[in-house]
Design a protein around this ligand. Structure first.
Ligand SMILES: Cc1ncc(COP(=O)(O)O)c(C=O)c1O
Length: 407
C-alpha cells in the first residue's frame, strides 16, 4: 500500500476506534496473546492422572469439574490414550468423503449404546454445531420458522444455538437478529406449553437436565408433556444432551432416564473425553429426510474423533461406569449436605449443591483446599461434573472440606 493511503487507512481506523462505543473494546491484558474472554481459576495445570490435576508447583488438585463435564474417563486413561495413539499412527484424518471403519463403528456403537431407536448419526465438532444442525434440519423438514426453547437453557454460542439460549441476547449474542423466531417456555410450566408450541413451531429444543442453569432436572412429566404437544402440532422434539448425556445422568441419556423419546438428540463433552467431537442422532423419519449434501463438515467424523468415541464407549461398558455414576451420585447426595450446602439437585454426576452463601465464594475456598468445582448461572449453586471414575474416598475429601467451611 502506498505510504499516503497507509496513513489514510490508519487515521480511518483511529477515527473508527474514537467513535466506537466506550464499552465495545476492552484493553487487552499484557499477560499473553490469548483473547481475554475467560475468567480463569487461580490454577495452572501441568499434568493430570485419574481424578487428579497437578499444578505447575507440583501440588495435586481433586477435579470435580472435569473441564466443563468433558473428562468422563478422567485423565491419562490407558484405553483412551492407546486408542488415540494407535489411530494417529494408522491414519489421522480422512473426511466423510472417504469411508472408514472407525467412523462406521463409532456411529453403530453410539446408536446401540443409546438404547433408543435412532436411524443415523452425524458427527460434528462441538455441542453448538450439533444443535445448529439439529435446528436446521427441523426448520427444513417442517417448513416452519419458529422454535421454542426453555427458560434457563444453554445451547451454545453460534447463531442458531445462541438464539435458543436463555439470556444470550442480553448478554453476548452479538448478531443483529436471530435466524428464526424464538419463544421461551417458562421452566417446568406444563400449562404454558400450548401457548408457546403451536402449529407454527418447527421444534422444541430442551436440555432434559439443564447444566449451566445449575443441574436442574426438568423431570419426566414435563418432558412427556413437551413430547405430547410436539406430536399434537407436528413439531420436532430435540433433546440437547451435550452436557447431561453419555452416561452422566446414570443412564445412557436422560431420554432413557425419563422415558421420553426425542426426534433428535445432540451430545458432546463426555463423548470424546477431551478429543473434540459431537454427535447429532436422528430418528429414522428425520434421517430419511436428508439427502446428499443436506449437511456437511470437514473435521466432523474424523478418525481421531471416532477412535476417541469408540474408546469412551468401550470404557463405559468394560468399567461399568454408569453403575458407578449412579452409586457415587447417590453417595454425594447422602453425604455432602453440610457446612454451607443446603441441598443437592441434578441427576447422576451432574449435580448442583445449593449453598447458603454465593457459590463463587465456596468454589474459591474449596480450591484453597485443593478441590476444583464449578459454578453455574444460579449464584447459589455450585456445580459438580466429575469424571465417572470418582470413588467414595474422593467424595469424603469434599465432605470434610465442606464441613470445615463457614456455613
Ligand atoms: C447443554 C449444552 N449445549 C450446548 C453446549 C455448547 O457446546 P460447545 O461449547 O461444545 O459448543 C453446551 C456447552 O456448555 C452445553 O452445556
Amino acid at each position: 500500500m502506498p505510504k499516503k493511503s497507509q496513513a489514510a487507512a490508519a487515521s480511518g481506523t483511529r477515527a473508527a476506534l474514537r467513535t466506537a462505543p466506550k464499552t465495545a473494546l476492552k484493553a487487552p491484558a499484557a499477560r499473553d496473546f490469548q483473547a481475554q474472554v475467560f475468567a480463569q481459576y487461580p490454577l495452572e495445570v501441568a499434568s493430570a492422572e485419574g481424578v487428579w490435576l497437578t499444578n505447575t508447583r507440583g501440588e495435586r488438585v481433586l477435579d470435580l469439574y472435569g473441564g466443563h463435564a468433558v473428562a468422563a474417563l478422567g485423565y491419562a486413561h490407558p484405553g483412551w490414550t492407546a486408542a488415540l495413539a494407535a489411530q494417529a499412527q494408522a491414519c489421522q484424518f480422512q473426511s466423510n468423503a472417504v469411508a472408514m471403519q472407525v467412523r462406521a463403528k463409532a456411529a453403530r456403537r453410539l446408536v446401540r449404546f443409546s438404547k433408543l431407536p435412532f436411524g443415523s448419526v452425524f458427527f460434528v465438532n462441538s455441542g453448538a454445531e450439533a444443535n445448529e444442525n439439529a435446528l436446521k434440519v427441523a426448520l427444513r423438514i417442517t417448513g416452519r420458522a419458529q422454535v421454542a426453547a426453555l427458560e434457563g437453557g444453554f445451547h451454545g454460542r453460534t447463531a442458531a444455538a445462541g438464539a435458543v439460549t436463555w439470556g444470550a441476547q442480553a448478554k453476548w449474542y452479538g448478531f443483529p437478529r436471530t435466524p428464526f423466531d424464538v419463544s421461551f417456555i417458562p421452566r417446568g410450566a406444563s400449562g404454558a406449553i400450548a401457548e408457546h408450541v403451536t402449529t407454527e413451531t418447527a421444534a422444541v429444543i430442551v436440555e432434559p437436565v439443564q447444566g449451566l442453569a445449575g443441574a436442574v432436572p426438568l423431570g419426566a412429566a414435563f418432558l412427556a408433556a413437551l413430547r405430547a404437544r410436539c406430536d399434537e402440532v407436528g413439531a420436532l422434539l430435540i433433546f440437547d444432551e451435550v452436557q447431561c448425556g453419555m452416561g452422566r445422568s446414570g443412564e445412557p441419556f436422560a431420554a432413557n432416564l425419563y422415558g421420553v423419546r426425542p426426534d433428535m438428540l445432540t451430545t458432546a463433552k463426555s463423548l470424546g473425553n477431551g478429543f473434540p467431537v459431537a454427535a447429532l442422532m436422528m430418528s429414522p423419519l428425520v434421517a430419511a429426510s436428508l439427502k446428499t449434501e443436506s449437511l456437511g463438515t470437514t473435521f466432523g467424523g474424523g478418525p481421531m474423533a471416532c477412535a476417541a468415541v469408540n474408546a469412551v464407549l468401550a470404557a463405559l461398558r468394560e468399567q461399568r461406569l454408569l453403575e458407578r455414576v449412579r452409586r457415587i451420585g447417590g453417595y454425594i447426595r447422602r453425604t455432602c449436605v453440610l457446612g454451607p450446602v443446603r441441598a443437592v439437585q441434578g441427576e447422576g454426576l451432574l449435580l448442583g449443591l445449593r449453598t447458603s452463601r454465593p457459590a463463587q465464594q465456596i468454589q474459591a475456598e474449596l480450591l484453597e483446599c485443593g478441590i476444583l468445582t464449578g459454578t453455574s448461572s444460579d449464584s447459589h449453586v455450585l456445580r459438580l461434573l466429575p469424571p465417572y471414575i470418582l470413588e467414595e474416598q474422593h467424595v469424603d475429601l469434599l465432605r470434610d472440606a465442606l464441613r470445615d467451611l463457614d456455613q
